[in-house]
Design a protein around this ligand. Structure first.
Ligand code: NAD
Length: 422
């Protein structure tokens, strides 16, 4: 197939496309549909002025929103604030969202957004101005029936509240369904904050069951102690695992017998970063990945496990909380070495699943209890895991291939029945 040299053509986009290509070839996907799925349907790059708190400095900021597939319903995907974010990264993430939603059976296509800033370096008022202006710049693309943003790296509930408020202000009435992952006071769902981490741990438990490993006492290492990583660590700890190492952007901490997570959370609330936590040794993010442990959960960035370190990964089970943490080459090495990998589009799908619950609750103005949310999430994820595992065993492929296969197959079937206009 000819390689179009397009604006989003970057290494991360190429990883997403290479994954699609590998599976599409295996499943003998219709070539016309295959070609369509390799590129996003809509992508928008915006630039806008941003006034710093000192009033005199005005920076130009870049923002993105990409909708990969509009066939399945409205599109859905997070907004990332990161100083490296670019169109190729957002496009890859949008593509993974398409497969993830289809794999779980949610009525959405994939989307993603990003703003190229370092949120750590900005004040709350600066972040608010950027968020509101970014929302205005992409306002024609989003809406509860069009495209529904959510939090991702560097954004949170507060960001979603500002987006919802800006959008609603323009419409003249409250539109809670325009974003998910917002505070419960304005139509957020109970359980959304913990949902991605909860889904990760559901997958850990299912995989442990399959591998005949005990979750109690299992040594768990988590890279990234943000929304996904911290919640996954807490739930693994609550399930009786020993969380031996966690990390953030500044580095990691390690305790052979397991970290005291309630104490660690109190420390982070006070000090923001993990460094200096008493009673733990420090280690680098690279060392954390290579630690002797049972379960490794990368929950920070993409491109962490590569051909450079895959042969030094000592975990038995790798459950991808982050999107795209493992490169294609590393995947092959891990497979060869017998590391059991639960891929991102399955392992971190708890977030979008509860985002879907939130969108449904907003549309109906009828809200569920936290128990209802968690129970439905666990049921959906456990079923998805077992179906993917059964399909992987039947097709003699790994879980990533089986997950992608299922997602791609559903999108391709929808495209085939909708046909082509005109
Ligand atoms: P977050 O911003 O809440 O946390 C990110 C964590 O990673 C922080 O602890 C940060 O310090 C750390 N980090 C940042 N740069 C790092 C670096 N260079 N090295 C090591 N650690 C670094 O983000 P999040 O929402 O938890 O997202 C983490 C990952 O999970 C991303 O890949 C995201 O796409 C994915 N994800 C998030 C959700 C969600 O619901 N939030 C859902 C699905 C997937």
């Amino acid at each position: 197939m000819t390689e179009p040299k397009l604006e989003w053509d970057t290494p991360m986009y190429r990883l997403a496309v290479a994954q699609l290509d590998q599976v599409a070839a295996k499943m003998k996907l219709d070539e016309n549909i295959w070609e369509r799925l390799r590129v996003p349907q809509r992508s928008l790059i915006v630039s806008f002025p941003f006034r710093r708190d000192d009033y005199n400095t005005v920076d130009t900021v870049y923002g993105y929103r990409v909708q990969h597939v509009l066939t399945m319903g409205p599109t859905k995907g997070g907004v990332r604030y990161d100083d490296d974010v670019h169109l190729g990264e957002v496009t890859a993430l949008a593509m993974w969202m398409t497969w993830k939603c289809a794999l779980i059976g949610l009525p959405f296509g994939g989307a993603k957004g990003g703003v190229r800033i370092d949120p750590q370096k900005l004040s709350r008022t600066e972040l608010q101005r950027i968020t509101r202006r970014y929302t205005m710049e992409i306002i024609e693309m989003i809406g509860p029936d069009r495209d529904i943003p959510a939090p991702d790296m560097g954004t949170d509930e507060r960001t979603m509240a500002w987006m919802m408020d800006t959008y609603s202000g323009q419409k003249g009435f409250a539109v809670p369904g325009v974003v998910t992952g917002k505070p419960v006071e304005i139509g957020g769902s109970l359980g959304r904050r913990e949902a991605t981490g909860r889904g990760v741990v559901t997958c850990v438990m299912e995989a442990c069951h399959h591998l005949r490993m005990q979750i109690q006492g299992a040594r768990v290492a988590v890279q990234g102690y943000g929304n996904v990583g911290a919640n996954a660590a807490r739930l693994a700890y609550a399930a009786g695992s020993r969380v031996v190492a966690v990390s953030d952007v500044k580095g990691g901490i390690y305790a052979r017998d397991g970290l005291d997570l309630p104490k660690l959370d109190a420390w982070v609330r006070e000090h923001r970063y993990l460094e200096g936590f008493p009673g733990a040794d420090s280690l680098t993010n690279e060392e954390l990945l290579e630690l002797e442990c049972d379960v490794l959960i990368p929950a920070a960035l993409q491109n962490q496990i590569t051909d450079k370190n895959a042969d030094r990964i000592r975990a038995k089970l790798l459950v991808e909380g982050a999107n795209g943490p493992t490169t294609l080459e590393a995947d092959a090495i891990l497979r060869e070495r017998g590391v059991f990998v639960v891929p991102d589009i399955l392992a971190n799908s708890g977030g979008v699943t509860v985002s879907y619950f939130e969108w449904v609750q907003d549309a109906q103005q009828f809200f569920w209890t936290e128990e209802e949310v968690n129970e439905r999430l666990n049921k959906i994820l456990s079923r998805a895991f077992r179906e993917v595992l059964a399909s992987a065993l039947e097709k003699k492929v790994d879980l990533r291939t089986a997950s992608l296969w299922r997602g791609i197959e559903r999108v391709a079937a929808a495209k085939a029945v909708r046909g082509i206009f005109p």
